[in-house]
Design a protein around this ligand. Structure first.
Ligand SMILES: [Zn+2]
Length: 99
């Protein structure tokens, strides 16, 4: 499955809200709304894994990619992400939980 097809499937299945801050997303499924919990560069095998993708507004997506852990911890979906990462990437989990 191509990434865009997967994005459209997710867009059909989930409410169009940012899971990081609860903001309503636009009608159009913009590519930057699809945020990988475990980054593509870190785990290519999870790039097309639906559970590894959350809907986020551009601010939250950018925060998740480049922000400080302190700010990331304040995101509404942080616990959800932590739970997902725990079973798949222990070093990322450890960083999220303890550093
Ligand atoms: Zn947001």
């Amino acid at each position: 499955m191509r990434e865009r097809d997967l994005f459209m499937e997710i867009w059909r299945e989930r409410p169009h809200f940012c899971t990081g801050c609860n903001k309503k997303l636009d009608h159009e499924a913009k590519a930057h709304y699809f945020s990988h919990i475990i980054p593509k560069g870190r785990r290519k095998d999870l790039k097309l894994e639906k559970d590894n993708i959350v809907l986020e507004c551009i601010e939250c997506h950018t925060l998740w990619e480049t922000g400080s852990m302190e700010k990331k911890r304040k995101m509404l979906n942080f616990e959800h992400k932590l739970k997902y990462v725990e079973n798949l990437d222990y070093s990322m989990y450890y960083k999220m939980k303890f550093i």
